[in-house]
Design a protein around this ligand. Structure first.
Ligand code: NAI
Ligand SMILES: O=C(O)C1=N[C@H](C(=O)O)C[C@H](O)C1
Length: 233
C-alpha cells in the first residue's frame, strides 16, 4: 500500500516505522501548508498534523479521491462540516480520537461502567488526562470521547476544564514531560472511590492502529470509525 503522511512529527515518524515493517511504502510526507500535495502516487492518506491544519489536509485528500484516516485532535468543532464535505464528494474518511486497541477497549469499559453508575447519585465523576508538554490541545481528544460517553449515560450536561458547576463533568488536563497518554476516570463518594485507567507506554499502539485503519479503509467508500475497524462494541 502507498501511504501519504500528512504530518511528519512524532506520530508521522512512528507510523512510518510501523508501515515499513508491514511492507508499505511512504510516497508523500507533508510537514507544512506550503508542501507540494501531490497525491497521484498514494492509495491512502494518514493525517496526524496540527489542529489548525487537519481540516485542510483531510479536504485535500478527499478532493484527490484518496481515502483518509485522521488522528489529529483539537479540530472537532468542524467535524460535521468535514463529514458533509466527504459525503458531497463521495469520499472516504475515518477519524478516531485514539487509534490504540487498548483505548478502544477502554472506551467500551467506560460505556459499561457509566451505565452501571448512572443510578447512583452519591458518586461524582471526574476524568484526568496526562500528556507530554508539547501537546497543543487540552483536553485530549480521547478525554472528550470518554466525557461524551459518560454524558450520554448520566445527568452531566457538558464537560469543563474549570471548577465544575452543576451538571458539569470535570476533565483535569495535566502536562508532564515525556508522558505518551494516560486517562483515568474516577467515581468518588464519601465512602469510597472507583477508578478505571488506561496508560500508554509509548506511541506504538496509536501508530499501529492508524496503519491497521489505513489498510482496512483503503478500498472502502464512506464514513467510518475505529469500532468498524476493530469490530468491537
Ligand atoms: N488519535 C490518536 O490515536 C492520536 C492522536 N494524536 C494527535 O495527532 C496530532 C499529531 O501529534 P504529534 O505527532 O505528537 O505532533 P507533532 O507536533 O510531533 O507533529 C505534528 C506535525 O505536523 C506538522 N505540520 C504543521 N503544519 C502542517 C500542515 N499544514 N500539514 C501537515 N503537517 C503539518 C508539524 O511540522 C509537525 O511535524 C496531534 O493532534 C495529537 O493530539 C497523537 C497521538 C495519537
Ligand atoms: O497528543 C498526543 O500525544 C495524543 N493525543 C491523542 C488525544 O488527544 O487524545 C491521543 C493520545 O492520548 C496521545
Amino acid at each position: 500500500m502507498k501511504i501519504a503522511l500528512l504530518g511528519y512529527g512524532r506520530m508521522g515518524k512512528s507510523i512510518e516505522a510501523i508501515a515499513i515493517q508491514r511492507h508499505h511504502n511512504i510516497v508523500l510526507k507533508i510537514s507544512d501548508a506550503n508542501s507540494n500535495y501531490d497525491f497521484s502516487d498514494a492509495d491512502v492518506a494518514i493525517d496526524f498534523s496540527i489542529p489548525s491544519a487537519a481540516v485542510t489536509n483531510i479536504k485535500k485528500a478527499i478532493d484527490a479521491g484518496i481515502p483518509v484516516v485522521s488522528g489529529t485532535t483539537g479540530w472537532l468543532d468542524q467535524y460535521s462540516e468535514v463529514i458533509e464535505y466527504c459525503k458531497k464528494k463521495d469520499g472516504t474518511f475515518l477519524y478516531a480520537s485514539n487509534f490504540s486497541l487498548g483505548v478502544n477497549l477502554f472506551f467500551e469499559l467506560n460505556k459499561k461502567l457509566s451505565t452501571l453508575m448512572s443510578g447512583f447519585s452519591e458518586y461524582t465523576t471526574e476524568i484526568e488526562e496526562i500528556h507530554h508538554t508539547q501537546k497543543l490541545d487540552a483536553p485530549s481528544g480521547t478525554a472528550i470521547t470518554l466525557a461524551e460517553q459518560i454524558i450520554e449515560q448520566s445527568d452531566y450536561k457538558n464537560w469543563t476544564l474549570d471548577e465544575p458547576k452543576d451538571s458539569e463533568l470535570l476533565i483535569e488536563a495535566k502536562r508532564i514531560e515525556g508522558v505518551p497518554g494516560t486517562h483515568e476516570i474516577t467515581y468518588n463518594s464519601e465512602i469510597d472511590a472507583i477508578s478505571i485507567k488506561h496508560k500508554a507506554h509509548s506511541r506504538q499502539g496509536f501508530a499501529m492502529g492508524a496503519v491497521i485503519a489505513a489498510e482496512w479503509i483503503k478500498d472502502k467508500k464512506g464514513i467510518f470509525n475505529m469500532k468498524d475497524v476493530l469490530n468491537i462494541g
